[in-house]
Write a protein that binds this ligand. Structure first.
Ligand code: ATP
Ligand code: MG
Length: 355
């Protein structure tokens, strides 16, 4: 498999991550890639932005994607646990059936950190191989911890390799062989006393999980392959507000701890393009005083927006002098899909991927 180009867009809430990610993916498709857009955000906004149906199975999107193809994946958080265990137990159907029967199966949801993110990674990997995707754009959740998912599988694999789990798993195997309490060994008895009637379920759960330890390691490898290779491209996204600027600062520091340097800063709504129709109206000499008022308000609003955006852009240039900026326009449309289409024209893929 040729390794796909992986792009991760992250940033503060409401700055346009989902819109920019969708536009990025569409631009990739237009320039000939078989691109996949994935949303890790459980809020499910990606489908609205694209104006298409999206779900737990990756599917091709019928958008105007030029020479390439565009696939979309937006896993349903409701399916996350099932997706997760199906990945782990792909080669162990009997153990999977036992696990699903375990009274504590649902408890895994609370026990495994970021299960939705981890499940999304496994689905992304599958979609890449199934559809021979050569570029992936990942839209993250609106949280300061949005990139924490990078390390979840590693932590899980470590947890599973830990002594406590090995011990519980060993007990799990024994308790399933020796069901009657009077025949239990001392350790089992202690366990039952400590945990009560669910002791066997707990031990059974650990024992099943330990059985698929190799798949955890594989999941961890997939994650590293997607998210931690030096070739993986991180793009902080900001809108021209102080809050968005602070979120980018935080994100860049966090990435630095993982030895990741962002490729470019995406500044969304960084300017308001000229409104050609305003000039035409103004020059026509056929306006009324009421129309003149509206036009002047629109012009004022545009200047105010542009000034605020320039201030933040300059602040970013000072802080990150060598980080290139991709300035996206503010698009005056109420239709998310048409915003995505317009923005996709601002992505010069060849230039962006050269950096
Ligand atoms: N360049 C733009 N011009 C005009 N509107 C935009 C632009 N970018 C995004 N929007 C609009 O702003 C809103 C928020 O955008 P979006 O959902 O992409 O942000 P987000 O960062 O993904 O939000 P969240 O943090 O909730 O995930 C949407 O209604 C979107 O259509
Ligand atoms: Mg979003």
């Amino acid at each position: 498999m040729k390794h796909p180009v992986v792009i991760v867009c992250a940033g503060g809430g409401g700055v346009g991550k989902t819109t920019a990610s969708a536009a990025f993916a569409l631009a990739l498709a237009k320039s000939g890639y078989r691109a996949l857009i994935v949303s890790i955000d459980p809020a499910r906004r990606l489908a609205d932005a694209m104006g298409v149906e999206l779900g737990t199975q990756a599917r091709e999107l019928s958008l105007d994607s030029g020479n390439g193809q565009l696939f979309g994946l937006m896993p349903d958080p409701e399916d996350a646990l099932r997706t997760f265990v199906e990945f782990l137990f792909a080669e162990e159907p009997e153990a999977l059936a036992r696990l699903l029967d375990n009274r504590l199966y649902r408890a895994l949801e609370a026990a495994v950190p970021g299960i939705h993110e981890v499940a999304t990674i496994s689905l992304t990997w599958r979609a890449i191989t199934e559809h021979e995707v050569d570029a992936v754009v990942i839209d993250t959740a609106p949280s300061r911890n949005a990139v924490d998912f990078i390390t979840y599988p590693k932590r899980l694999a470590k947890l599973l390799g830990g002594r406590a789990v090995g011990w519980m798993a060993a007990i799990g195997k024994r308790t399933s062989v020796v069901p009657q309490e009077d025949k239990m060994g001392r350790v089992e008895q202690l366990l039952v006393r400590a945990l009560g009637p669910v002791a066997r379920d707990v031990a059974g759960l650990f024992s099943e999980m330990a059985r698929v330890r190799k798949r955890f390691i594989l999941l961890n490898e997939h994650t590293s392959d997607l998210l931690l290779r030096p070739e993986t491209r991180y793009y902080p996204v900001a809108s021209p507000t102080a809050a968005a600027r602070d979120d980018v600062d935080y994100l860049i520091k966090k990435l630095a701890k993982l030895d990741i340097a962002p490729r470019a800063l995406i500044l969304n709504s960084a300017f308001v393009p000229e409104r050609g129709w305003v000039d035409v109206l103004e020059e026509s000499g056929e306006t009324t005083p009421a129309i003149d008022d509206v036009l002047s308000t629109l012009n004022d609003e545009r200047s105010t927006r542009n000034r605020a955006a320039s201030r933040i852009t300059e602040a970013f240039s000072k802080r990150y002098p060598i980080l290139p900026q991709l300035r996206l326009p503010f698009v005056e449309s109420v239709e998310p899909r048409s915003i995505v289409h317009t923005l996709s024209q601002s992505f010069d893929i060849a230039a962006l991927l050269q950096r």
